[in-house]
Design a binder for this molecule. Sequence first.
Ligand SMILES: Cc1cc2nc3c(=O)[nH]c(=O)nc-3n(C[C@H](O)[C@H](O)[C@H](O)COP(=O)(O)OP(=O)(O)OC[C@H]3O[C@@H](n4cnc5c(N)ncnc54)[C@H](O)[C@@H]3O)c2cc1C
Length: 393
Amino acid sequence: MIYRDSILDWAIIGGGIHGAYLANALIRHHVTRRSDLRIIDPNDESLAEWKRVTANVGMEYLRSPKVHHLDTDPLSLKHFARCRECSDDDFIFPNDRPSLGLFNEHADSVIEKAGLDELYIKGFAADIRLENDHAVIITEGDTIRARHVILAIGRSGALNWPGWARRAAADGAGICHVLEGSFCRDQIPKGGEIVVVGGGMSAVQTALSIADNNRHVTLLSPHSLRQNNYDSDPGWMGPKYLNQFRNISCYRKRRRVINKARNSGTITPDLKRELTKSQNRNKCGVTIDSVENCSVLTNDLMLLNLKSGETLAANHIVLATGYENRCPGGDLLNGLISNFHLTCSECGFPITDSSLRWHDRLFVSGALADLEVGPASQNIIGARMAAEKIVCK
Ligand SMILES: Cc1cc2nc3c(=O)[nH]c(=O)nc-3n(C[C@H](O)[C@H](O)[C@H](O)COP(=O)(O)OP(=O)(O)OC[C@H]3O[C@@H](n4cnc5c(N)ncnc54)[C@H](O)[C@@H]3O)c2cc1C
């Protein structure tokens, strides 16, 4: 294969939402030719991680509006829906949020049109060496050379498993994490009491999608359910807030601003209404409390001891506790940082220039670009924001 004998212009590590968007943008803006670009990802198909986690939580509509998608033209999804003669059910109020089905169909069509599947190299980048005029990417079966590398690795390797949950799993409890690769709905018992732990979108979507006539679900949230239409204020997608953000020279302060601006652990009002309906039908209950520890009586009967002193019995526990706050990338990132003296902030995330360049050969997107792109960096729109910086470098 051609990439084995030559040096590519660009290689993107990660074929998720960000990797696919960036590949499409590099081609569409004539930054590189298709033949000079590859996307490296361990999955069998593009967007595998996105499709898996959104299916796992039972998501029906995106939280983001219809102008946030995989194509470079913001109106592309709107035109796609019109050509498909989509029904009103394919968008939800407010902000015309698209159904997951429509979003995925559109994403697949963007990938097909740009021929991105042909650019995939299946593999997990275990190591990257940065040399004078190119980088060397090493996977289990390949060595790939490229003059520019973009890290678009998402957060999938860093799920948040609270300490009590780890201990319970080790004791044989029936417990799983809804964002885990191995998660499968069939592992949840068909009846009985299921406890879903978490208080954000994923937790409520999971609770609603598994509650039925035979299963009663208790949503165990550490805080009262807070409502917000957005992951962060739309002002964070443009100059309204970003101009001031970029003037902050202290990265510790930038992190504080990002954490405050993200509406973590909030749900959209439509989801709150669905939950109330489900509560009224006695399919779902909501308990505001936190777990102190979990006694495993048998592998399908657990007793959760809560901070309030109450107890909650569960036949199965589903964690919807999201990702850890630490920087993703594990050994790959640790190796890069120590071998090539790459700079990081106190929070462990990369400090890049304004083009998201971390090293002459290396760019970042998604979570890794937090400190430059701001609170929306991990969202779909964050891919467009990252592409604008990298493409205009
Ligand atoms: C349930 C859920 C719903 C969401 N809904 C929305 C929404 O409605 N709107 C919105 O804007 N955002 C949403 N988000 C946030 C965000 O848009 C998604 O998480 C999105 O998938 C992030 O894209 P990504 O490309 O950064 O990461 P991913 O989609 O996780 O892709 C990263 C890819 O990189 C691969 N990878 C990792 N390490 C390596 C390596 N070393 N070598 C090779 N490949 C590697 C992974 O296998 C993966 O395929 C949601 C997130 C979740 C979890």
